[in-house]
Design a protein around this ligand. Structure first.
Ligand code: PEP
Length: 248
């Protein structure tokens, strides 16, 4: 039985005061042990959030990491530093990184390996754009994004990883994949993992991301291969995020 993981990707949002208020509210919610909740703040707030989370079961992760080991890379943040400030997870391959910062499948694979080497659990995001879906290429795009990481890192590196299916056309648009559309891709992703390891295919968590909100969370999270949600906009307001946690 896989736990549900609900991850809040705050992106480049929230100030220190807003974060303290949000965490104050979130920490009051009862969360059963079969549900994991993860917060992904911007770099400058990671240490502060770690302190705010002391004594509560919410987990901490980062939104990005450097593709290199610690060294002369001005402005970058290494996996080891994220671990040092208390991160457990890190996003890799988010569509905004791929599209806005030109991160190729190969760069994503290097970052995935760096995350694991640095002691973090990578959350590998994959997903197709609208033209790709409309041209019938959704499965091949997702397969390519996953295969490059498997080929470069090896399947064993996925032991401590999470997958996230995030159709680009559903991110921040208010347009969600239907539970059936999401389930179809999740099942496909699991089958692609099963090609390499049946055991891992049964245990790996696969999150759905793309305009998840209280109103659609129950239906999505009820699907057999959807093990949680990666939430952007709705993670910024306590009551919205709590509705999704309650759905899990
Ligand atoms: C995201 O950025 O990972 C995301 C899913 O955003 P939103 O929930 O706002 O669509």
């Amino acid at each position: 039985m896989r736990n549900k993981l609900i991850a809040g990707n705050w992106k480049m949002n929230l100030t220190g005061v807003q974060i303290a208020t949000l965490i104050g509210a979130l920490s009051k919610q009862h969360i059963p042990t079969c549900v994991e909740v993860l917060l992904l703040p911007a770099f400058p707030y990671l240490a502060e959030v770690r302190t705010l989370l002391d004594g509560c079961q919410l987990k901490l992760g980062a939104q990005n990491l450097c593709a290199h080991e610690p060294g002369a890379f001005t402005g970058e943040v290494a996996a080891e530093m994220l671990l040092d400030v208390g991160c457990e997870y890190v996003l890799v391959g988010h569509s905004e990184r791929r599209a806005l910062f030109a991160e190729s499948d190969e760069v994503v694979a290097v970052k995935f390996a760096r995350a694991v080497a640095g002691g973090l659990k990578p959350i590998l995001c994959v997903g197709e754009t609208l033209p790709e879906r409309e041209s019938g290429a959704a499965f091949s795009v997702i397969k390519r994004q996953l295969d490059v990481v498997i080929a470069n890192c090896g399947i064993d590196m996925f032991e401590n990883a999470v997958l996230a299916y995030e159709p680009v056309w559903a991110i921040g648009t208010g347009r969600t994949a239907s539970p059936e559309q999401a389930q179809e891709i999740h099942m496909y992703l699991r089958s692609q993992i099963a090609v390499h390891s049946a055991k891992l295919a049964g245990s790996i968590q696969i999150l759905y991301g793309g305009s998840v909100k209280g109103a659609n969370a129950v239906e999505l999270l009820n699907m057999a291969d959807i093990d949680g949600a990666l939430v952007g906009g709705a993670s910024l307001k306590a009551s919205d995020f709590q509705e999704i946690i309650a759905a899990a």
